[in-house]
Design a protein around this ligand. Structure first.
Ligand code: GDP
Length: 480
């Protein structure tokens, strides 16, 4: 044990909370005053893009790479969009329709390849990247792995059906990730389409559209007749402008794995989304606990290219193993370095599995609260009737104001059994799940066990409130 978390943060000129977060992603739970070993420190340092040298058995030196991109190196990049919404509201149809608005592939007459994401180039010159797997499950799983790739969520709501349970889930998942939402009111070609009703219903979920004096962009579209496709694209670009999305293309590439598989004749293939820098054929890279040398880059039109820049989804060939969706991807200088990092990560991964992770428990919550990293207690509430759920949420939110330090945040609440979607959401946001007169389904129970998410069951409202109050003061007794 060579250095405290605080000291390491100081030497890197990073915030302590960010260092703790980075440690947590590696499965290491540490407080700001705890010491960590040189191996762990080195990995943290690398994650921040700095370099470390072991000056003695008991000390390390951090060399700043000086690679926080400076303002003038940053140029505008395409927004990355995920489409969400209730089943059958037209997510897939809309993704297909939007894909065919790409002018570049029309010129090239290219064959579309489904690689997990695609980019469209608009007639206006703008570009938008779409994640090809619709729905909030993929979105939130990626987030649970520490990858925030989505800049904008397009929420698809069928105009003949209105807001449905999965629409509400999607809203909560997007809000928990603090990603802005644009609403696509789809199927406006149908005779019983009622876009006004959709706008009205959105109000109940705190999405106030522009027509009603709010700031949420909502566009009437039809994936079938292609009405409004240009409008939705304009809305996305407008939102992107507000977000000022920029990246430095002139540096070693970093990004996230969107999809990865083993293919006959091609070996391990990963689709990555470059987030900054430019990826080149021949680059040595690390992806999660795997590494490789870029043998070929194939874009979403099936064409081989030599480079891929920010917000460009690209298939990478040349991996030595198959990483996981959501894994971080980064180019490194040497093969030796790549081996070192992946060996370390594989060891950490085994250790983390052995330690049977525990992310969303109250104890972990308190470690983070003490470290100043968590200012809120995020929870997911499921119950048997709407009335009791509302009573619980209301009471918990009142606890919030009584305690100015730590707040309760209800990420999602709805009627029904605790399902997989609840667990992924809790995992991504390090939240706990409360079941009021409902249980978890077997799949959700299994997932929660695997991910170390705490599920608490209650049948008396006062018990919930008492436990949370106790939790806020750090005095909760463990579950029996
Ligand atoms: P997903 O489950 O959200 O991905 O929905 P799909 O894209 O599979 O669409 C569900 C059904 O709605 C399919 O039968 C589509 O053909 C139909 N659909 C999708 N968009 C539209 C639309 O704009 N208008 C009409 N009339 N039908 C649509």
């Amino acid at each position: 044990e060579v250095i405290t978390v605080q000291e390491l943060a100081n030497r890197m000129a990073e915030r302590g909370a960010d260092v703790i977060k980075s440690l947590m992603r590696m499965g290491v739970m540490a407080t700001i005053n705890q010491t960590i070993d040189a191996d762990t420190a080195e990995l943290v340092v690398a994650e921040f893009g700095h370099r470390m040298r072991r000056v003695s058995e008991s000390d390390v030196e951090v060399g700043l790479k000086g690679d926080q991109d400076i303002d003038e190196d940053l140029i505008a990049r395409a927004p990355v969009v995920t489409v969400m919404g209730h089943v059958d509201h037209g997510k897939t149809s809309l993704l297909d329709a939007l894909r065919s608005t790409d002018v570049a592939s029309r010129e090239a007459g290219g064959i579309t390849q489904h690689i997990g994401a695609y980019q469209v180039q608009l007639g206006s010159g703008g570009k938008i990247t779409f994640i090809d797997t619709p729905g909030h499950a993929a979105f939130t799983e990626m987030r649970a792995r520490g990858a925030n790739v989505t800049d904008v969520v397009v929420l698809v709501v069928a105009a003949d059906d209105g807001i449905m349970p999965q629409t509400i889930e999607a809203i909560h998942h997007a809000k928990a990730a603090q990603v802005p939402i644009i609403v696509a009111i789809n199927k406006c070609d149908l005779p019983d389409a009622n876009p006004d009703r959709v706008r009205q219903e959105l109000l109940q979920h705190e999405l106030v559209v522009e027509e009603m004096g709010g700031d949420v962009l909502a566009v009437e579209v039809s994936a079938k007749t292609r009405q409004g496709l240009d409008k939705i694209e304009e809305a996305i670009l407008l939102q992107a402008e507000i977000l000022e999305l920029r990246a430095n293309p002139n540096r070693a590439a970093e990004g996230v794995v969107i999809e990865a598989k083993l293919e006959r004749g091609r070996g391990s293939v990963a689709t990555v989304l470059v987030q900054r820098g430019t990826l080149r054929v021949g680059d040595i890279f690390v992806a999660g606990a795997e590494w490789g040398r870029v043998r070929a880059l194939v874009n979403d039109r099936g064409a081989s290219t030599d480079t891929a820049g920010p917000a460009e989804p690209i298939e990478v060939l040349g991996l030595n193993g198959t990483p996981m969706a959501g894994d971080e991807f980064a180019v490194v200088e040497t093969e030796a370095r790549a081996r070192e990092i992946t060996e370390f990560r594989q060891r950490k991964k085994r250790e983390a599995v052995a330690a049977a992770g525990s992310r969303g428990t109250l104890e972990q919550m308190f470690t983070r609260i003490q470290a100043g990293e968590a200012k809120e207690l995020p929870i997911v509430i499921k119950g048997d009737v709407q009335g009791s759920i509302e009573a619980i949420s209301g009471a918990l939110e009142r606890l919030t104001s009584a305690n100015t330090e730590v707040k309760v945040r209800v990420l999602h609440s709805s009627v029904g059994a605790i399902n997989e979607s609840d667990v992924t959401l809790a995992n991504a946001s390090k939240a706990m799940i409360f079941g009021f007169n409902v249980r978890a389904n077997p799949q959700a129970r299994e997932m929660a066990k695997r991910d170390g998410i705490e599920i608490r069951y209650y049948s008396v409202i006062y018990d919930v409130i008492d436990d949370v109050r106790a939790a806020l003061t750090g005095m909760l007794s463990p579950i029996l």
